[in-house]
Ligand binder design. Sequence first.
Ligand SMILES: C[S@@+](CC[C@H](N)C(=O)[O-])C[C@H]1O[C@@H](n2cnc3c(N)ncnc32)[C@H](O)[C@@H]1O
Length: 358
Amino acid sequence: MDFYLNVTVAGLETTRQICSDYGYWFRRGDETSLTLFFTDRALVSEVRRVVDDLKGPGSAPVHLIADPVPFHELHRFYRKKGLLNEWIPYRPGDLFRIHRLLEPNAGNQSYETQPVSIQFDVRYDQTVPEKRRVYRREQIAAILDAIDHLHPTSLIDWGCGCGANYSFLKDKLAQEGIRYQGLDTSRFLISKAKDLYETPESDPRVRFDLGDARRLPYPDHAFDLGFSESLLPLVPNPLAALTEMARTTLFGFFSSLYTIASHQPGLVYLQKERAYALDVGATWKYRKGVSEQVFYLPKTADVRAFARKVPHIVTVENKRHQFFDALGIRTVSVFFYPKRWFDQRRARFTLWNYQPLM
Ligand SMILES: C[S@@+](CC[C@H](N)C(=O)[O-])C[C@H]1O[C@@H](n2cnc3c(N)ncnc32)[C@H](O)[C@@H]1O
């Protein structure tokens, strides 16, 4: 998607906003560009500085056409599909929303694009019959219980998608005055979450950020409580994400992942990712070559060693009903719980164990 903006009409402030939003949402390799053009000589040097600030190794291209475009040549730009309307006060994320609408199939098939990510649509709970639902309110029962028990003031949801779990939690969070932070690498899903839940009318304590669970842009203990649902098996180097989860939470977190207890034929161990790679094609579909989606399964021993070092969490292991049983791959799932909560609930634990967030 190639965007064009007439800087002379838009003015410096709008140009800055457009540039910063473009820099936030787009990356090199996206097949996008932003071209800034002028119809007189003012502002060129200021805008050049804005553009220089945006440049980095991974940034998407921005072109600046410094020579003013004469009136009789303006049609070259004004007929472009990606011409930005100088009079529209674009909101943060609007460029990506436009891109998503006009080029829904750009990029490879992943959470970035609709065909796969639509299955995580929050309307699932309204459109799919009860017995066929993947997402159920009961999945977050443990989190609701932990809220009552630990009284957190903030909660982070790593790999939040477009907010499926937030939709189940939102009434409780509002009632208790708890700050919610969602984070996901998928621009498609984050922009959708923002459209649904981060509107001018919505609770300002609810935020959705683009970000990677392996490098969280938050200080130590920034959140009281955290959880992830169906995230860690999709993250290259899940141990790095776990380390970040431990660092950024005070009371600990709910999470889970599949691990490999001993080497099995057909599995490749990736040193850098500290995990076995299980390449099954598209997520949830055992079809090869459909996407670049790979499951990452660390060694059980490495996860145990990690857990021993984190005082505020407890782990529970389970070998039954494993997701990859049908493929003949033996896994052990490890569940993480906030220690203070788990210690109180230990006696009732089987209740939670088989309705995990996974
Ligand atoms: C199976 S979906 C689960 C979505 C979400 N928990 C929900 O309930 O709708 C996995 C999510 O993890 C996100 N994801 C994958 N790798 C990530 C990473 N390194 N950091 C943050 N999110 C990531 C994907 O974009 C996707 O939204």
